[in-house]
Design a binder for this molecule. Structure first.
Ligand code: MBD
Ligand code: FE
Length: 309
């Protein structure tokens, strides 16, 4: 087996062509570290050329299918990015109050905006098999003051676990809305309780999960972005309590503080409470956002995101 010294000698030959002051120092640093770790692994695990070329083909397919976001989620890479940011916040003594959790690959920018209240379904008749769901709460700062002008973006899947835009059978921005927060800090939306999500069967990510002896499913969840000028962008989700996969998410996004209580109400209660005339589920959830910190990233990253027409 090649020794570390022999591997390092090869790495030295490869990096010797890099000219000081040329190229990008950060790219050099990261690429060379990853190459070193890869070469060590190739030797330690006796990775064959057959396996390396298979890997190249696999990576090609992941890109061709636009699955990198899904694979990052499934391999726990997106979760680990959150863990690193959480750790950094902890070390800086910053408390996010409302925990962050992963964005996932299925956000679409530009969803229809309304004030304080939104109905997420384009056509309520399409989701007849799901429970009616009302969710409400506040968007406040750490001092408990409403953040007037904040934008709460919300998105979730339909009864087939599919997200509009990526699922072209749904109408544009179905189950995607943006709620502008008023002076009272309150938001409320009407939707349906979504089911869980599973990776497309046969997708590159699904195949990887199978090879790892894992499943490729997420418990039922609803995604949120909360943004406001001067505040750090909050990327988070809530999970639907009672889902059998709630703490077995293939993307590792569940956090105990992101599982609000859900209460069920009869049609009679709906009428009495002013929630329409059908039985419904209801949940309160409050978002707290924190001021942008100069020493920190502001919660935004510039991954490529979809934008419907
Ligand atoms: C999803 O809906 C999702 O939220 C993630 C993280 C990955 C795949 C599908
Ligand atoms: Fe999702």
């Amino acid at each position: 087996m090649m020794t570390r010294e022999q591997i390092d000698a090869v790495l030295a030959v490869i990096t010797s062509q890099e000219k000081a002051g040329q190229g990008n120092e950060r790219v050099k640093e990261i690429t060379n570290r990853l190459l070193k770790d890869l070469f060590y692994a190739m030797v330690d695990l006796n990775i064959t050329s057959e396996e390396m070329w298979h890997a190249a083909d696999y990576l090609k397919t992941v890109g061709q299918n636009n699955e990198w976001g899904l694979l990052f989620a499934g391999l726990g890479i997106e979760k680990f990015m959150d863990d690193m940011m959480d750790h950094e916040d902890q070390e800086a003594g910053l408390n996010n109050v409302t925990p962050r959790t992963i964005e996932g690959p299925l956000y679409v920018a530009g969803s229809p905006e309304t004030e304080s209240y939104a109905e997420l379904e384009n056509n309520p008749e399409e989701n007849r098999n799901l429970e009616r769901f009302y969710m409400e709460g506040t968007v406040k700062d750490v001092d408990g003051n409403p953040v007037e002008g904040a934008l709460l973006e919300v998105w979730h899947c339909n009864e087939h676990g599919m997200y509009s835009y990526f699922d072209t059978s749904q109408s544009e921005y179905n189950l995607r809305r943006a709620i502008r927060i008023g002076a009272d800090g309150k938001y409320k939306f009407k939707t349906v309780v979504p089911p869980g999500y599973s990776c497309p069967p046969g997708s590159a990510t699904d195949k990887m999960m199978t090879l790892l002896g894992r499943h490729g499913s997420r418990p039922a969840h609803i995604h949120f972005f909360v943004t406001a000028p001067g505040y750090r962008k909050l990327t988070t989700q809530i999970n639907i309590e009672g889902d059998p996969l709630i703490f077995e998410d293939f993307a590792f996004a569940t956090k105990a503080d992101l599982v609000p209580k859900i209460t069920r109400h009869s049609a009679e209660e709906a009428v009495a409470n002013g929630y329409g005339d059908e039985a419904y589920a209801h949940s309160f959830f409050n978002f707290t956002i924190v001021k942008e910190e100069a020493i920190h990233d502001n919660g935004e990253n510039h991954r490529t995101r979809a934008l419907a027409s």
